[in-house]
Design a binder for this molecule. Structure first.
Ligand SMILES: [Fe+2]
Length: 434
């Protein structure tokens, strides 16, 4: 199914190595979340902090996880002060609650925001330091912790972020109204328990947003610049976490595209469609393994200022009393416009994506770009998601700040199949405003 895209290259001028680092253990299957207690005991955890998302706080699922931990003699304290799309200040508030407490392991139950919050709390609890020290450059100092963190068991309840297998946590920097990340190899969960049954209670708009995030992870990692285009390095320690596209990343990305195309609309229309839930969860997991080492590029870079600057959008199923551009929605809206612009710079990969999504074989740049754009617009409409940024409350007056916020995402821009300029971004954002 996968074709060879010409990765074979070996010269002193490039770095010919890519790395896939995963949680020590990934367990996948219906009901596997109930093995949290077994895994926590195996890791030697005696006093766990269970970090639970707001939607799941007090739910049957959270109680089941708690019982499975207590049944193994593990003490459990619960932290449910988690915000969807968390801000730095809110994470520090949550940290105050656990600072100095006797905790020797973390369990995260929820979507990407919850898992990311648990990753950051684990980092601060294990190696206390100002949060800015750990936030990626240029926004923070990008320092690495001195060693491994405490064990973290991630139990995702959305089929989306892939946060259970990545070494990144995303947060809002309130003062700058922009999103940034903390990215170092120690952030990766120790164990991921991936249970499709946890997703059946996910409401339609959360299903749509997280599923769109999977599609973006898959397409962006597939179309990233190849890892063999990266310059040589002096020491393995200099190698960035994100490698650029790899042959294995391509396999994960291509298969995830097939499954999202086949099952996302079904999971959205019928929450109890177990086959759709099963394959969406698998798609999210493999896309996560793919982009977790390959990286993502322009649509994700554009999503960060969109999510950071949203002022008056309150999507259904996200009624938390504050405006929000959910991560999947804020990546999928710019994706159609950005990918259309980028398609001519990697025709083999983009035409493969079009073929997997539509069955069409197109190889001419304009046709590839148009087909992909049409697909995105059609999918967003089917899922009841806005197709332009104006529908999220943005206008021309926001253009400059949106572009500047995107230009700050250097780590992601570096993965793009074409090095985008400020002018390119102004053009893409102008179109995306609608
Ligand atoms: Fe994402």
């Amino acid at each position: 199914m996968s074709v060879e895209y010409g990765y074979l290259a070996y010269s002193p001028h490039i770095d010919p190595v890519f790395t896939i680092s995963l949680p020590q253990t990934i367990k996948f299957g219906m009901g596997v979340s109930r093995e949290a207690g077994y895994e926590a005991k195996r890791l030697g955890i005696k006093k766990a902090l269970l970090v639970v998302g707001p939607r799941l706080s007090g739910s049957r699922l959270a109680e089941d996880i708690r019982s499975s931990l207590e049944a193994e003699g593990i003490g459990v304290s619960v932290l449910s002060k988690v915000k969807i799309e968390p801000e730095d200040e809110e994470i520090l508030e949550a940290y105050k609650e656990i600072k100095g407490k006797d905790i020797d392991g973390f369990i995260a139950l929820g979507g990407g925001s919850t898992i990311d919050t648990a990753k950051i709390l684990n980092l601060l609890h294990t190696y206390p330091a100002p949060l800015e020290d750990y936030i990626n450059r240029p926004i923070g100092r990008g320092l690495q912790p001195p060693g491994p963190l405490k064990p973290l068991i991630a139990i995702p309840t959305t089929a989306g972020t892939g946060s259970e297998s990545t070494s990144v946590a995303i947060l809002d920097i309130k003062r700058l109204r922009v999103k940034s990340g903390i990215s170092n190899p120690y952030m990766r969960p120790t164990v991921a328990l991936i249970d499709p049954l946890t997703t059946v209670t996910m409401p339609p708009m959360i299903t749509a947003s997280s599923g769109l995030d999977v599609l973006n992870h898959a397409i962006e990692s597939l179309t990233s610049r190849p890892y063999t285009s990266k310059p040589s390095i002096k020491s393995p320690a200099e190698r960035p976490v994100y490698s650029g596209a790899t042959p294995l990343g391509d396999i994960f990305g291509e298969h995830a595209i097939i499954w999202v195309n086949k099952y996302l609309r079904r999971a959205y229309a019928n929450p109890n469609d177990l086959e759709a839930r099963y394959y969406m969860m698998l798609a999210a997991s493999i896309a996560g393994i793919g982009f977790g080492h390959v990286g993502v590029h322009i649509p994700h870079a554009m999503a960060y200022p969109i999510a950071g600057m949203v002022r008056n959008y309150y999507p259904p199923d996200y009624e938390f009393g504050y405006p929000i551009a959910p991560h999947g929605i804020s990546t999928a809206i710019p994706a159609g416009y950005a990918l259309k612009h980028l398609a001519p710079y990697n025709i083999p990969k983009f035409s493969k994506a079009v073929e997997l999504l539509t069955g069409e074989s197109v190889y001419e740049a304009k046709e590839v770009a148009e087909s992909l754009f049409e697909y995105y617009m059609g999918l967003l409409e089917d899922l009841g998601v806005p197709t332009c940024l104006r529908e999220l409350g943005f206008g021309k007056e926001d253009l400059e700040a949106l572009v500047d916020g995107t230009l700050k995402q250097q780590r992601l821009l570096a993965q793009s199949p074409k090095q985008v300029s400020k002018k390119d971004l102004e053009k893409i954002f102008s179109e995306a405003l609608g």
